[in-house]
Design a protein around this ligand. Structure first.
Ligand code: PEP
Ligand code: MG
Length: 558
């Protein structure tokens, strides 16, 4: 039997199913009901304090292992512990005689439910954080943990759960866990993002998996197709096992790679901290194709000044050890507030003052950042700078004017991201006016399809494999001519897209650091001529399902 869901992290995995359940307040009544309200409050405070220490330590460990972006996901949970809507209510309930585990359970459920029914994808995602924190506090109150089902497991395990929280995902023992399948979740869930960063195949939204599969049964998880096959036929099992072997042995390839017929394709990494850069270099990245500078701004209470920025950018360039680094200027807007920067709340922030529009309206911040980048480039010649969310050449003209005023002439190579359809349609004009271009497929897909990437009702529509997005990619490649062009959205690291992008003529892919070895390996197995033929065939697809069918049937190799 096959249960289908949403593919969120590619690859095939085979293993025995281990179910991670929800910690409910079942034991609470018998063991602790006799305690007084004061004693219960002391228990609760101790459990909250232990949870706070644990979350801080997971965040610190995550920063070391995976960099700032995933660590920030975990740190957001500390805010839940201080949120009056959650904490005050639990404390008051316990003061009024409620049993702490039951109080945490009820208040957490209520707050999470209210958040998950909101339209705003950011607030919806907070619902998972609240549940995660609630489960952790309950675990401390009852002396057990959600992932204890994994203790003592050996061999290959596929974890199944109704929903996996971000810290559950980071708690997984990667020596045994080969894949993740959940009933809830979306492509942009934090657990999905972390699974991709960890390189574990994952399928979410697999409704019915917990009913259909019993713990211990062997399953095949296909993180590309979004399926979980329960108790497969021996022949299917052998095939899946053979497919999964190459993925788990991640051999770092530190040299530049070519396809089998000798076409060079650069594999760069996306990063947002010095630790990300160090790790990307260790994974064999040929450079940094997208450095998201907004994380530096989000981390500090006030916008970092020119000196602090220069020091940070120099540290990034230093960590890249002579490899090229492309810094992207501040990319925020009404959806991603930054401390200390006046950003107006907007009715429609994704179509509002974001990216380059925002920095052009905040000249002191933009000028300071450009000066800091120019100082960095003077010391590190491999530094380039690109601007996000560009929609017309007028913005390029304006930035060029500012560069003339605030930086030395030719301080760095200057490029633009292609993520708004107008830039794709004007691609030849852009190509002749900038030094390089980089396609941001995450936003480009959203704007081509008018579909929010975080909206759970639109996950089928929002797809980088939609024929309209593929045609946009073809158009951009053709129109860019000789101007260097990369792809830096999530698509670049998707295993189904490597052959397609190389076949369309893309020669630079910038992917999440942990994906670099797998992407390099796939490129070295490709035949560029064959990939070109297959990609052109794919371009004939008119419907999304046709693309899926053709992708499944074709090989980009030989
Ligand atoms: C993109 O839009 O594809 C991109 C790389 O930018 P971000 O994901 O940071 O918006
Ligand atoms: Mg973008």
């Amino acid at each position: 039997m096959i249960v289908s869901g949403i593919p969120v992290s590619g690859g095939t995995a085979v293993g025995r199913l281990v179910v991670i359940g929800v910690l409910k307040p079942v034991d609470a009544l018998s063991s602790h009901i006799i305690a007084s309200a004061d004693e219960q409050l002391t228990r609760l405070l101790a459990a909250v304090a232990a949870s706070r220490d644990e979350i801080a330590s997971i965040a610190a460990d995550t920063r070391q292992r995976m960099g700032n972006e995933p660590a920030a996901i975990i740190e957001a949970q500390l805010l839940v512990l201080d949120d009056p809507e959650w904490w005050d209510q639990i404390r008051d309930d316990v003061r009024n005689g409620a049993e702490p585990t039951a109080a945490v359970w009820e208040v957490t459920e209520g707050v999470a439910e209210a958040l998950s029914s909101l339209d705003d994808p950011y607030l919806r995602e907070r619902s998972a954080d609240v549940l995660d924190v609630g489960q952790r506090v309950i675990g401390h109150l009852e002396g057990r943990s959600r992932t204890s089902a994994l203790q003592g497991q050996t061999g290959n395990v596929i974890v199944a759960a109704h929903e996996l929280t971000p810290t559950d995902t980071l708690d997984l023992d990667l020596d045994v866990v080969r894949g993740i399948v959940t009933e809830a979740g979306a492509r942009t869930s934090h657990a999905a993002i972390l699974a991709r960063q960890l390189g574990i195949p994952a399928v979410v939204g697999a409704v019915g998996i917990l009913k259909a599969a019993s713990p211990g049964v062997v399953v095949v998880l296909d993180g590309d197709a979004g399926t979980c096959e329960i108790d497969p036929q021996p022949r299917d099992l052998d095939r899946a096992r053979a497919k999964s072997v190459g993925q788990t042995t991640r051999t770092v390839i530190s040299h530049a790679v070519t396809t089998r017929d000798g076409v060079a394709v650069q594999v760069l990494a996306n990063a947002s901290s010095v630790a990300d850069v160090t790790r990307a270099v260790a994974e064999g990245a040929d450079g940094i194709g997208l450095y998201r500078t907004e994380f530096l701004f989000m981390r500090s209470e006030t916008p970092p000044d020119e000196q602090a920025q220069t020091e940070h950018y120099m540290a990034v360039a230093e960590a890249a050890s002579g490899r090229p680094v492309t810094f992207r200027t501040l990319d925020v807007g009404g959806d991603k507030p930054v401390p200390g920067l006046q950003i107006e709340a907007e009715e429609n922030p994704f179509l509002g003052v974001r990216g380059i529009r925002l920095t052009l309206a905040n000249r002191p911040v933009f000028d300071g950042q450009l000066r800091a980048l120019a100082r960095t480039a003077a010391a590190f010649p491999g530094v380039s700078v690109m601007v996000p969310m560009v929609s017309g050449l007028e913005e390029i003209d304006e930035v060029r004017g500012i560069l003339r005023d605030v930086t030395p002439q030719g301080a760095f190579r200057f490029g633009a991201m292609v993520e708004v359809p107008s830039a794709a349609l004007l691609i030849d004009a852009f190509a002749s006016e900038v030094d390089f271009l980089s396609v941001g497929t995450n936003d480009l897909t959203a704007y081509v399809l008018a579909a929010d990437r975080g909206n759970r009702h639109l996950h089928e529509l929002y797809s980088e494999f939609h024929p309209a997005v593929l045609r946009a990619l073809q158009l951009i490649r053709a129109g860019a001519g000789d101007t260097p062009l990369s792809v830096c959205g999530e698509l670049a690291g998707d295993p189904r897209a490597t052959g397609l992008l190389v076949g369309l003529g893309y020669r630079q892919l910038s992917v999440s650091g942990p994906l670099v070895p797998a992407v390099k390996e796939r490129i070295s197995r490709l035949n560029a001529e064959e990939a070109k033929r297959a990609s052109l065939e794919l371009m004939r697809a008119r419907r999304h399902r046709d693309v899926d069918a053709v992708l499944k049937s074709m090989s980009f190799e030989d």
